[in-house]
Design a protein around this ligand. Structure first.
Ligand code: SAH
Length: 337
């Protein structure tokens, strides 16, 4: 069976590309070999034109259960079909599983923990997500099983991100979005990231591109974690990150303009004029809007561009469903002049 021999540093993006091209063979496991990784691929002519050596070898098959077992199917042994309907999507952040347990399943927490541990044998903590959120976007969590901590190191896009869910915001579901931005960025850019949190965007971009990033965050604990994350990833980063502790609305007016501004704007905050003002060529502005209000956001951005005398092209894309009919969106604003 064929496998691609890829330098370790490139393994992650190549794997994604293979998946996109339907060339990745998910039934077999990749294997480390010194500074290289052997990625399982399917028999297809295209694998020979990717610029990597193609080897023929037997990579171990993934056990069936790993491919097919998901939480619902595991829990089908212990919950009724009616109860199963209430199982929500969950996240695994480092070695912490984060679940929502709706009132209908309150009495079934032990079974849910059992199921999660079957599917993810390596988890050390199961935390239940509460609903309250403050200015720093931190949720309340209660630990329902395992070690009494909400701190862990999450791996994503080739970087390690130290997080503490009790102290700072982090959303693992934005992994694809961070990868998308890292692809858009070109070596040599100067980038501004307000509302930077523990630095997931900055780290992923600096991991892949030789850029200079300035990031700003007001939550002191997120800021401290971000500084640790720069150290933690130091050897892997091609780019540089300067991290400023402070209020975006006070710090940005003092800063110069940048090639690109990426604003993971917290819900309910309007930083459009400010961030657009700092952008020379690109602004990626995140916002939360109802499905029927997406056109309004476009109009608002076009209006702001006109006010600032900028000739802009605006594209708004849905990133995730925040709640029914309300989306987290990203407006990619290209400034032409
Ligand atoms: N970019 C990060 C965090 C996004 S959440 C990520 O994707 O993980 C928004 C972040 O903005 C939070 O970390 C919050 O603490 C921070 N924040 C909120 N108001 C701020 C302000 N006025 N100045 C700087 N940071 C702020």
């Amino acid at each position: 069976m064929p496998a691609l021999r890829v330098p370790r540093r490139e393994a992650e993006p190549v794997k994604r590309r293979l998946k996109r091209l339907n060339l990745y063979d998910g039934k077999r496991r990749p294997k480390r070999e010194g500074d290289f990784v052997l990625l399982p691929v399917v028999e297809d002519e295209r694998i020979h034109s990717l610029g990597y050596e193609v080897l023929s070898l037997e990579l171990p098959l993934r056990p069936e259960r790993q491919i097919y077992r998901n939480l619902e199917s595991v829990l089908a042994e212990r919950l009724t079909p009616e109860e199963l309907k209430h199982i929500r999507r969950y996240d695994v952040i480092g070695d912490i599983a984060v679940v929502q347990i709706p009132p209908e399943l309150e009495g079934r927490t032990a079974e849910i923990v059992w199921g999660l541990r079957k599917v993810h044998p390596f988890i050390k903590v199961v935390a239940k997500k509460g609903f309250h959120e403050g200015a720093f976007r931190i949720r309340e969590y209660s630990i329902v099983w395992g070690e009494k901590r909400l701190e862990t190191v999450h791996r994503e896009n080739g970087v390690g991100v130290k997080v503490d869910l009790s102290k700072a915001f982090f959303n693992p579901r934005m992994k694809g979005e961070r990868y998308r931005l890292a692809q858009l960025v070109k070596d040599g850019e100067r980038i501004l990231i307000p509302f930077a949190g523990v630095l997931p965007y900055a780290l992923v971009i600096a991991r892949y591109k030789k850029v200079r990033i300035t990031a700003v965050e007001l939550n002191k604990e997120a800021y401290e974690l971000g500084l640790e994350n720069i150290e933690l990833n130091r050897k892997r980063l091609r780019g540089e990150i300067e991290f400023i502790y402070g209020d975006v609305f006070k710090v940005l007016p003092e800063l110069p303009t940048y090639d690109r501004v990426i604003s993971p704007t917290p819900k309910g905050i309007d930083a459009l004029a400010l961030t657009l003002n700092k952008a020379e060529r690109w602004l990626h502005y995140y916002d939360f809007v109802g499905e029927d209000k997406i056109v309004d956001l476009r109009r608002r951005i076009t209006g702001e561009c006109a006010l600032q005398g900028k000739d802009c092209e605006v594209r708004v894309k849905k990133v995730s469903e925040f709640k029914p009919h309300v989306f987290k969106v990203c407006a990619d604003v290209r400034i032409l002049g």
